[in-house]
Design a protein around this ligand. Structure first.
Ligand code: PLP
Length: 422
């Protein structure tokens, strides 16, 4: 394969979009095979258009997007208000560096801090970076405020955690495939069982600076901790002068039916990692958000990101937050999530062993008799796009804008896919 002679000119003259529209699924597969690293295993669909809950392939087949970009398209595809904010911002300026002040970024930091009920924001791009930022903040706080001896800081993390893919973060993953052949890893992390408050207590030492966890483990298979665990963890952290860091990159921004999942138990964090839907489904926007006493440890030069905190991202993110608030995403997520889980629970298949989740963060788990590859293919055939997370659990994380009629239709399609599989 090689590029046609007039490729570069065509990009500028005809426009890239019309060139992309001429590609068949087979062309795209070949390009991915030859020119893209194989770190994903995509479903065999070539998506070229999206609108709300719907996406379409190049042949015009329509699908319901039940991965929702792993929760990042909470607003649906191309939400008109967020798209308008992006276009409007493009009339003035898109990207400047943090070497200067910028009004959009100032407003963004204030709005996000207040939305999170915390004090200060460190803007980043990806979820992994937001977590890395929290880790650096917690360590520096540990040395400069808690007075932990040099290079002795410990952070507790949980079995089956998912916090991103940097070398530091995969180093404390318990998923062998995520870390095999990628070592040596950053020291200073200790893994404890998720949901086990006694194990947390036992693992804390005078050098423990933080506990980092997800209030519901999403990638881990939609794992909800025992009732009371979030509040217990908050209490234990406070008692031991240990920071509580919630990674709400996936659970945050109304996905579970509240602004943040920690609000189910009033387990307010000291540091919070947010991302995914903060970009309104258009751009990567993330942040570490936290209490002033901790955030203040960062001095000029301590941390940074070229694109973290740019005016275009700020305009998109603020508008994304405004839409969530004004259009009552939390209530919508609760109502549609309850409906979807109850409809799924009523499906007549003993092979579905569990339907769980909060709001529109839903997993349904199937037993060993179900061929999950076949089920995935049948879901696609029936116009439902989703994949397995871990532990034979299929993830359902549609846009939070999904109307009741489509929830009902989707469960009908899942029913049909199941009937065709077993
Ligand atoms: C997706 C995710 C991340 C990583 O976000 P990226 O933007 O892919 O780096 C971190 N934590 C949680 C809980 C996530 O779901």
């Amino acid at each position: 394969m090689s590029l046609p002679n007039d490729f570069w000119r065509s990009v500028l003259k005809r426009g890239f979009r019309s060139m992309a529209e001429e590609e068949s699924l087979n062309d795209v597969k070949k390009q991915f095979q030859q020119y893209s690293t194989h770190n994903y295993k995509p479903l065999p669909v070539n998506l070229i258009k999206g609108d709300g809950v719907y996406v379409w392939d190049e042949e015009g087949n329509e699908y319901l997007d039940f991965i929702g970009t792993y929760s990042a398209t909470a607003h649906g595809h191309l939400n008109p208000a967020v798209v308008k904010a992006l276009k409007d911002q493009l009339d003035s300026v898109a990207v400047v560096s943090r070497a200067f002040y910028n009004a959009e970024v100032g407003l963004f930091c204030q709005a996000l801090a207040e939305y999170c009920e915390l004090d200060m924001v460190c803007p980043m791009n990806s979820g992994a970076e937001a977590n890395e930022t929290c880790i650096k903040l917690a360590r520096k706080w540990g040395y400069t405020v808690k007075e932990v001896p040099d290079n002795q800081a410990e952070i507790l993390v949980f079995q089956d955690n998912f916090h991103g893919r940097t070398t530091t973060i995969v180093g404390f993953s318990t998923e062998e495939a995520y870390k095999h052949n990628f070592g040596p890893f950053t020291p200073g992390f200790k893994v404890v069982p998720f949901g086990d408050i006694e194990a947390v207590k036992a693992a804390i030492t005078p050098n423990t600076v933080a506990v980092l966890g997800e209030p519901i483990q999403a990638e881990g298979g939609i794992i909800i901790p025992p009732k009371g665990f979030l509040a217990d963890l908050r209490r234990v952290c406070t008692e031991n002068n240990v920071l509580l860091i919630w990674d709400e990159v996936q659970t945050g921004f109304c996905r579970t039916g509240k602004r943040f999942a920690w609000q189910y138990e009033d387990a307010k964090p000291d540091l919070l990692a947010v991302g995914k839907p903060l970009g309104g489904g258009l751009l990567p926007v993330s942040a570490a958000v936290g209490r002033k006493e901790i955030m203040e440890v960062f001095q000029p030069g301590d941390h940074g990101s070229t694109f973290g905190g740019n005016p275009l991202a700020a305009a998109v993110a603020i508008t994304a937050l405004a839409v969530m608030e004004e259009e009552h995403y939390a209530e919508q997520s609760t109502a549609m999530g309850n409906l979807m889980r109850s409809l799924l629970s009523n499906l007549p298949y003993s092979q579905i062993v569990d339907v769980r989740g909060k709001g529109l963060l839903i997993g349904f788990e199937v037993d060993e008799t179900v061929d999950t590859v076949k089920l995935s293919a049948n879901l696609t055939k029936n116009g439902i796009l989703t994949k397995e997370t871990r532990n034979r659990t299929f993830r359902l994380t549609p846009p939070l804008t999904i109307p009741e009629g489509i929830v009902r239709e989707a469960v009908g399609r899942i029913d049909a896919a199941f009937a065709a599989t077993i």
